[in-house]
Design a protein around this ligand. Structure first.
Ligand code: FAD
Length: 581
């Protein structure tokens, strides 16, 4: 369906929905003034404000496009709140809704989470094991006499690491990943819901919460958590109806493989990765708007003693316009991922793989783009009041949380190896896109045949570099295709031209980075490779008149940026901020 640029980045969401969400992040708890005192307490206040404004947490969780859009506006206005919101909505409430089977006894947990009188947590990773399922040691031992579970932390390696219930000012309810032990037999890792802190914020009996030392930013309330003989009721086991106990106390499950049980346990990561990726793109868009506005007015030495706007320099244009190309492409892919979560296809494997690829690509793109914006803004980029430094710290965390990017890349590459090759596109295509598709095709053939977990480590290890390279090539090709497909959907010829230019710039930048590989493979001639820089300059020249429309498509209201360097006159804005005479 033909659409304008802004519509393309907002999917089917009406403007009124975005306005409603923007108003939430304009409200008092989200305002910048006053931050810096107790930022963790502030994030809790923001969560309560969100639940008050947007309705019960479970309602928003069941409306994934709206929830993702809310994460995007939260990321622009208060990036430090995003991890806590994802934990609350998607990982805690989401897991209860998905695997709680509407169990009446779970209602009391959901009711507290609905208005954030208890904040949600998700306790998966352990000090000795990260988030890797096979290693997790936390145990939930079934007591057949009472039908309860007894949760325990058997070793220091098993303490839950980096979960967020450190803040003592709030009740906490957590979904805890633990190994189910029945009659001494290990049945794999399942999620269990339990209270971690009571209404007065005190850890419940048997739960020890030890705050971790401060990290630079964002101020997630990180702690290690251990359990000592914590008794929880039978309904705390969340299986989505796939498992339970027979009358004789023996365990039954329709999912036989422990790996699949773990996959079900972390199933909500599919949702939170999508929102995290969309939020990362929102920060990158905001960073680009701020930097491009500043670059257009910041005077730097030109020739002959005069000055020019920083943006007049080709070096600056190349950095910022290439960033624009990558972020526009990433934003289009985020929309596609959000659509997939809202209306899943029949192929859950393919949906999960796509979200994995998108999470890696978008969080990496955001980190690199925001880093570049920070550098282009010079010293201005270091001040949180100019927002970019805040976005940068958040992006640093996003590449690790919800699954470490390098590990996801390897996993995605291994799965892509088994996927059918892309059919030649009958709509969006260009010589560059075909070149990137050829790289993907060749790399696919070079990932050694899938090894099983039990195989020799050397065999397993031989796959990781080619698998990661394949995932990367696949993601880059998807990004360029997204821009070309976007160009075809544009209602306006000028917008279509802008997206076509961005697609080529993205592809040329990619070819430049991998020029050695393309030359060795005979896919580019030396003459073609040597023209890349000139072509980049031509594309940047042609993009200059389109930049205002591209930034306008991001639709970020000025009052949500509030960075002095994003103001129409940044010198005057600093004067106002610092109350200079
Ligand atoms: C901001 C933030 C918030 C978090 N919040 C929570 C939370 O609320 N609850 C929770 O449970 N956890 C949380 N975590 C922890 C998160 O789940 C882990 O950081 C994540 O699972 C990765 O584990 P790790 O940090 O121990 O890294 P590691 O697993 O040690 O990985 C480090 C590096 O080792 C290599 N590596 C590791 N495994 C493999 C492999 N299989 N194959 C190849 N290479 C490998 C990769 O190079 C990787 O980059 C949070 C993390 C962050 C950053």
């Amino acid at each position: 369906m033909p659409v304008d640029l802004r519509g393309m980045l907002r999917g089917a969401d009406p403007d009124a929905l975005h306005k409603e969400l923007q108003d939430v992040v304009r409200s008092e708890p989200f305002r910048r003034d006053g931050r810096g005192t107790d930022r963790v307490a502030r994030v809790h206040a923001q969560l309560r404000a969100a639940c008050a404004a947007l309705g019960p947490a479970r309602e928003l969780t069941l409306y994934p496009r709206k929830l993702s859009a809310f994460m995007e506006w939260t990321a622009v206005a208060a990036p430090d709140a995003v991890p806590a919101f994802l934990l609350h909505y998607q990982l805690a409430v989401g897991t209860l809704l998905a695997l709680g089977e509407g169990c009446a006894e779970l209602e009391e947990y959901l009711a507290e989470l609905d208005d954030a009188s208890a904040a949600g947590a998700f306790l998966l990773a352990e000090l000795g094991h990260g988030g890797s399922g096979p290693g997790l040691e936390t145990r939930a031992v079934y007591d057949a006499t009472t039908g309860e579970f007894v949760v325990g932390t058997p070793t220091t390696r098993a303490v839950k690491f980096m979960a967020g219930p450190a803040h003592p000012g709030a009740a906490r309810t957590g979904v805890v990943a633990a190994r189910l032990i029945v009659d001494g037999e290990d049945h794999g890792v399942f999620p269990f819901v339990m209270r971690l802190r009571d209404r007065d914020g005190r850890p419940v009996r048997g739960v020890t919460i030890t705050p971790l030392p401060e990290k630079p930013f964002p101020p997630t309330d990180c702690a290690v958590v251990s359990f000592e003989r914590v008794r929880i009721p039978g309904h705390a086991l969340l299986t989505g109806g796939t498992a339970g106990f027979r009358a004789d106390g023996s365990f039954r499950s329709s999912i036989t493989a422990p790996r699949e049980r773990f996959r079900q346990t972390i199933g909500q990561l599919y949702h939170s990765r999508t929102s995290l990726a969309a939020a990362a793109m929102a920060m990158a868009r905001a960073a680009l708007v701020i930097t491009l506005r500043y670059a257009a007015q910041r005077q730097v030495p030109g020739s002959g003693g005069g000055t020019v706007p920083m943006l007049a320099y080709r070096t600056v244009q190349r950095d910022l316009f290439t960033g624009l190309a990558r972020v526009f492409a990433g934003s289009l892919l985020a929309e596609r991922a959000k659509d997939g979560v809202a209306v899943p296809s029949l192929d859950r494997e393919a949906d999960e793989l796509f979200v994995m690829v998108v999470k890696v690509l978008l969080t990496e793109t955001a980190l690199q783009t925001v880093q570049m914006c920070r550098a282009r803004c010079g010293a201005q980029g270091l001040f949180p009041v100019n927002r970019i430094a805040e976005y940068l710290s958040a992006c640093e965390e996003f590449v690790t949380s919800e699954g470490d990017n390098q590990v996801l890349k390897i996993t995605a590459g291994r799965r892509l190896r088994r996927c059918p090759e892309r059919a030649p596109s009958d709509c969006a295509s260009s010589a560059w896109s075909e070149l990137m598709a050829e790289r993907e095709r060749r790399l696919r053939g070079r990932v050694p045949c899938p090894a099983e977990e039990g195989d020799d480590f050397d065999v397993w290890n031989a796959q990781v570099l080619p698998a990661a390279a394949l995932a990367d090539a696949h993601a880059q090709r998807l990004a360029v295709d997204a821009l070309l497909e976007g160009a075809e959907r544009c209602t306006d010829a000028s917008d279509a031209e802008a997206l076509t230019l961005l697609a080529e710039l993205h592809a040329v930048d990619h070819a430049g980075r991998h020029g050695g590989w393309y030359l060795c493979e005979g896919l580019l001639t030396p003459a073609q490779a040597s023209r890349i820089e000139k072509r980049t300059t031509e594309l940047c020249d042609r993009l200059v008149p389109h930049v205002p429309a591209l930034l306008d498509a991001f639709g970020i209201p000025d009052d949500l940026l509030t960075a002095p360097i994003a103001a129409a006159d940044y010198v005057q804005a600093w004067r106002d901020v610092l109350q200079l005479q």
